[in-house]
Design a protein around this ligand. Structure first.
Ligand code: CTP
Length: 430
């Protein structure tokens, strides 16, 4: 069968390419109750721009019908190595050769054992064995009961599967269909999609450790009130995701926001600027890139009340005294690692006017090699934004796009600067 191009090649506005545009995925289902999630996964892959060829084992057909997967993928499903629709009767060769990746989800314990022994007695295992290892990657999303998952045989098989070149996507934890609770659930379709997109991303930050701050801070006035701002954290979370996609080990220090944690990113939740500084300081020396997107409150109440401040009936508002918060970015930029060129610091500037001038002034004041300017009212809480990158060489505009797209471009820009001139990390050259 020849590749058809998914009509969803670009985003809803026709502008941005979808994450899996142009990718052809063989989605393999082995037998397990998680097959019901494979239907959602198939939809998610199509929505992300991929074309999908579904291959099911006989056991998978006990859990979900080929009709469902055919309707969702828009292609007839293959279930047998004897399928006569292929002219040469070699579906295992033809289907694997035309795919960009084989994704087995769910992968049962039994199917994994088969893969390990190089068995090939059904179309899916035959195809996995017959794929050119260096050209067609194999990703697997295990799904099994917690005891099966914890069994030494299964754990041993994971190690061997990894050594054999497969990418094991990990499992979720929680309530299982069997009524037990523990590790072994298949990841959610959106998580598998995020991992697959990351798998295909160029690894421009491989080996780097990236530290990101995101969101607002909250400065307590008393136990029930505080000062904060409207930052949603979306840009910082998108940068953390893009850096992980690019192969970095990412730590995200987040103020109080409701964003979901990107896959593969370790997250530390903080509330106040001081807590954010402590979390960052403890990790900055081990990092090689620091990106400060957090909208840190400039001031905090000097003496937060231990009890709720009550009205005293006088009609007078309470008098609040403020103390300036530490500047986290400037502090890190002054650290030994940054000064020695081992830590590349990137700041953000939310301005309301004169973006280029304000951003350059802030870059020099904070002593960072790269400052990213944006217009505050155009970005807070929004999914799209436009950025102006300012460094010692001048400025580069990244036109309005989704925050994830901008984050990916920014990650490439950071990687290019680090590769071109490692000494740039030293500080802000005037
Ligand atoms: N920043 C920080 N710690 C602070 C204040 C700001 O780390 N206490 C960082 C932000 O995360 C951002 C950059 O510094 O990367 C600029 O933040 P911004 O609020 O625009 O600048 P300010 O220094 O607060 O300057 P001003 O409010 O006067 O524009």
């Amino acid at each position: 069968m020849t590749n058809q191009v998914n009509p969803l090649g670009s985003g809803p506005d026709g502008g941005e390419a979808l994450d899996l545009a142009g990718k052809h995925i063989v989605l393999g289902l082995s037998g397990g109750i998680a097959c019901y999630k494979a239907a959602e996964l198939c939809r998610a892959l199509i929505k992300a721009g991929a074309t999908v060829q579904v291959v099911m084992t006989e056991a998978a057909e006990q859990f979900i019908t080929a009709v469902t997967l055919q309707a969702l993928s828009g292609r007839p499903v293959y279930t047998s190595q004897w399928d006569s629709r292929e002219d040469n009767n070699m579906a295992h060769i033809n289907l694997s050769r035309e795919s960009d990746a084989i994704l087995v989800a769910p992968m049962s314990a039994d199917f994994m054992a088969k893969l390990l022994h190089g068995r090939a007695d059904d179309l899916l295992s035959l195809m996995c064995l017959a794929r050119p290892i260096d050209k067609v990657p194999l990703l697997v999303a295990p799904a099994m009961n917690r005891e099966m998952y914890a069994h030494p045989a299964t754990q041993r098989n994971f190690v061997q599967l990894d050594a054999d070149g497969a990418t094991v996507l990990g499992v979720g934890s929680g309530f299982q269909a069997c009524g037990e609770t523990g590790d072994g659930r298949m990841l959610e379709p959106e998580q598998i999609l995020e991992d697959l997109v990351a798998f295909f991303a160029p690894k421009v930050l491989a080996g780097q450790r990236v530290l990101v701050t995101a969101g607002p801070t909250y400065e307590a006035i008393d136990p029930v009130r505080g000062i904060t701002n409207l930052s949603s954290g979306k840009m910082g979370f998108a940068i953390a995701r893009a850096a992980r996609e690019a192969g970095a080990e990412v730590t995200l220090v987040a103020g109080p926001v409701t964003q979901p944690t990107p896959r593969g990113v370790s997250r530390i939740d903080v509330r106040s600027a001081q807590q954010m500084l402590e979390a960052v300081s403890a990790r900055a020396q081990a990092a090689s890139v620091f990106v400060a997107t957090a909208a840190v409150a400039d001031w905090r109440p000097a003496a937060p009340s231990a009890q709720k401040i009550k009205k005293d009936g006088s009609g007078q508002a309470p008098q609040l005294a403020f103390t300036e918060n530490p500047d986290i970015l400037a502090t890190v930029a002054q650290s030994a690692a940054a000064q020695a060129g081992r830590l590349f610091c990137v700041g953000f500037a939310a301005e309301s006017q004169d973006l280029a001038e304000n951003a350059e002034a802030k870059r020099l004041r904070k002593k960072v090699p790269l400052l990213v300017g944006n217009i505050g009212p155009d970005t807070f809480g929004q999914d799209h934004n436009a950025l102006l990158l300012v460094d010692a060489q001048g400025s580069t505009a990244l036109p309005r796009a989704s925050k994830l797209s901008l984050a990916r471009q920014l990650v490439r820009e950071i990687a290019a600067r680090m590769a071109a001139a490692p000494s740039q990390a030293k500080a802000a050259a005037p």
